[in-house]
Design a protein around this ligand. Structure first.
Ligand code: MG
Ligand code: MG
Length: 269
């Protein structure tokens, strides 16, 4: 069942989302060569808890596995769900996907961004810009009456021409009182197909886009997902409310870093 949120619930979702936005804003200034991924995690957890929220991912279970941290940190060929570590030091030229969830007053915010560490190659810069662009292209489709296939197609069609692999093994999802609710939100689709979007739905849209193959492998830690060909991967995510007045990006403070992906869309949000 797809849970529709009331206006009051969407406001609670927005407040949870703002905590996640605050984490991302703080981490943007801290990510640099020499920093460990565990340092990022500690900072993120302190921001979440100071806001009176709880880290949603910490203690999250999939089967027997329990996720141990506030952030998922996925570097270079890692796609999603990497585990923070004192031993993993960021290096110049890396990219890091930082995914954060916060639960406040019973509702979850979920958002990810991939950041360059120092200076990265032009090929990688373009991957980041285009993947984030595909997210915003999909968010524009989040209006009542459109269909789920329109969202997936908006992601896929935005990046396909560059020869990237769009990950299909993982997808976006409904979000609300629980981190993962119905429906699943794939990053591919056929326009005009699938469930019709309704006001009150809240969706976490999260394109994962690879420089090479779309195929992925899970590492032995039971969490970290990497690309099969070890080529690098980008991941961007926002939690979005669908309303009669248009999409509300719950996990943005409206100060996302500027880039070509926002031109033409910034007025809407
Ligand atoms: Mg996430
Ligand atoms: Mg998510």
């Amino acid at each position: 069942m797809i849970v529709r949120k009331s206006k009051a619930e969407i406001e609670k979702m927005r407040r949870a989302g703002q905590v996640v936005a605050d984490v991302h804003k703080a981490l943007r200034d801290v990510v640099k060569p020499g920093v460990t991924t565990m340092e990022l995690d500690r900072l993120a957890e302190s921001i979440v808890r100071k806001a009176g929220a709880v880290p949603t991912f910490k203690g999250y279970r999939v089967g027997k596995e329990v996720f141990p941290a506030t952030l998922c940190v996925s570097i270079n060929e890692e796609v999603v769900h990497g585990i923070p570590s004192d031993d993993r030091v960021l290096e110049e030229g890396d990219i890091i996907s930082i995914d954060c969830g916060a639960t406040l007053d019973g509702f979850v915010g979920d958002s990810a961004v991939t950041l360059p560490v120092g200076k990265v190659t032009e090929e990688v810069t373009l991957l980041l810009e285009r993947t984030n662009g595909s997210l915003y292209n999909a968010i524009e489709k989040c209006v009542p009456g459109n269909r789920l296939g329109d969202i997936g197609h908006a992601v896929e069609s935005f990046v396909r021409e560059y020869g990237y692999g769009v990950v299909e093994d993982f997808c976006g999802h409904g979000v609300g009182r629980r981190l993962h609710e119905e429906p699943q939100v794939p990053n591919y689709g056929i326009p005009g197909t699938g469930r019709r979007l309704k006001a009150g739905w809240c969706l976490a849209i999260e394109p994962m886009v690879n420089l090479g193959t779309q195929e992925t492998i899970m590492l032995e830690d039971g969490w970290t997902v990497i690309t099969e060909d070890k080529k690098w991967s980008a991941h961007f995510e926002h939690s979005v409310a669908i309303t009669a007045d248009g999409p509300i990006i719950l996990t943005s403070r409206g100060d996302d870093p500027p880039g070509p992906w926002i031109s033409g869309a910034s007025g809407m949000f």
